[in-house]
Design a protein around this ligand. Structure first.
Ligand code: GLA
Length: 389
């Protein structure tokens, strides 16, 4: 793949010395869903699929972007002095926003460059293609211009770009894991403090399998913002009783004691998801450390039920994918990411991978007439330069 992206670079911008190649992964969240913005624990890992980028400096102040995945957008040409959002620039806005934010903070990016991108991550499937692009450019700038930004700070910077420049009100999970992940590990992140632990994924004969529903819901952004607002409203009710900073600061006991203050059933269920998901995630981490894969899988499935019934961010297609997975050997299955479409993540014994795959594909085709792409996840490193071979 890295040869391919260099080829795309040369074809688009002409061959020249000094081309450097980077890889930025996508991510899948194993457990801890919709609680990064509630100060909870999340447990994602980075994937071996993602975005490859080739970059070379120029002598002037011009930046040219090209992505093979958005061929019809063509080459986007901008000047270092004009990095404002432009809807015509499509995917390149993610890159422009990061560079702009770095310059606003006084970081010295004083030469233009050409950059070509090529990725094998399905777009709009909930595997974080946008955070992957942000970190790709962020790490390129950090390395090429010697900016010295730490990985956690880079993640926070990219999240700010997504929130304020792109206008998507996401939490910190995606940018953080893509910036900081380690191969063969999951990353347990406390979103309150940004303390994190790399957790070896000893899966004892199981594979993390991702099933893509291929459903892309236009409503994701508005529903996502609605969920965030509901959590804020629920938090304000508990804050009248307890000195909590975030909804996930509540223990199960505190939740039980004061939940009757929530006069609204919807707010009650949203808060119950946040509190129980946070506890499930910490328990799942302990279960993994104790080699209790069955317990870990059960926590994943319980997470799905809570997202489906209490948080109401699943959809019929994701529910069918989860049911098919559990009926065909998975020891845990859940929707992953923002929901309303996108992917499920499943823990599947290696000795039934083939039958799992064909049964899920057949069952999903019968139910919805859609071929579901299935990926075997390889927990990978965060964004990095790829060594020359
Ligand atoms: C999206 C957001 C994340 C997180 C998940 C849900 O992926 O970008 O910050 O909130 O949804 O867990």
């Amino acid at each position: 793949m890295h040869k391919q992206v260099r080829h795309i670079f040369s074809k688009t911008f002409g061959s020249r010395p000094g081309i450097r190649t980077f890889f930025s992964p996508g991510r899948v969240n194993l457990i801890g869903e919709h609680i990064d913005y509630n100060g909870g624990f999340v447990f994602p890992c980075a994937l071996s699929i993602g975005n490859y980028g080739a970059i070379a400096l120029r002598e002037d102040q011009t930046i040219r972007f090209f992505s093979q995945n958005f061929e019809s957008v063509g080459i986007v040409t901008v000047s270092l002095s004009d990095l404002d959002f432009n809807p015509n620039h499509n995917w390149a806005n993610y890159a422009k926003g990061v560079i702009r934010e770095m310059r606003i903070r006084g970081m010295v990016i004083d030469r233009g460059f050409d950059v070509a991108v090529f990725g094998d991550l399905p777009n709009s499937s909930g595997l974080s293609s946008s955070a992957s692009i942000e970190l790709l450019i962020g790490v390129m700038m950090n390395d090429l211009f010697g900016l010295g930004i730490s990985r956690p700070d880079l993640a926070v910077l990219c999240k700010k770009v997504e929130n304020e420049y792109i206008g998507v009100n996401c939490g910190i999970m995606d940018q953080f894991v893509i910036a900081n992940a380690k191969a063969e590990h999951g990353l347990l992140l406390d979103c309150n403090t940004l303390d994190f632990t790399q957790v070896p994924l000893h899966l004892h004969g199981h594979t993390i399998v991702i099933c893509n529903s291929k459903v892309k819901r236009g409503l994701v952004d508005s529903k996502y913002n609605e969920r965030r607002a509901q959590c804020e409203a629920a938090k304000a009710v508990f804050q009248r009783r307890l000195p909590i900073r975030e909804l996930c600061d509540l223990s199960l006991e505190q939740f039980a004691e004061y939940a009757s203050d929530l006069k609204d059933d919807v707010l009650f269920r949203r808060a119950r998801h946040a509190v129980t998901e946070n506890i499930r995630t910490q328990n799942a981490h302990r279960q993994l450390l104790a080699d209790d894969l069955i317990g870990f899988g059960q926590a994943m499935t319980a997470s799905h039920r809570s997202l489906r019934d209490d948080y109401e961010v699943s959809c019929a297609e994701l529910d069918v994918l989860v049911d098919l997975a559990l009926a065909n050997g998975a020891i845990g299955a859940r929707m992953t990411g923002a929901g309303f479409g996108g992917c499920t993540v499943n823990l599947v014994p290696q000795n039934c991978l083939d039958s799992f795959r064909s049964a899920v594909i057949d069952g999903y085709r019968q139910a919805f007439g859609i071929e579901a792409p299935i990926y075997f996840a390889v927990p990978s490193d965060g964004t990095k330069e790829i060594a020359e071979r």
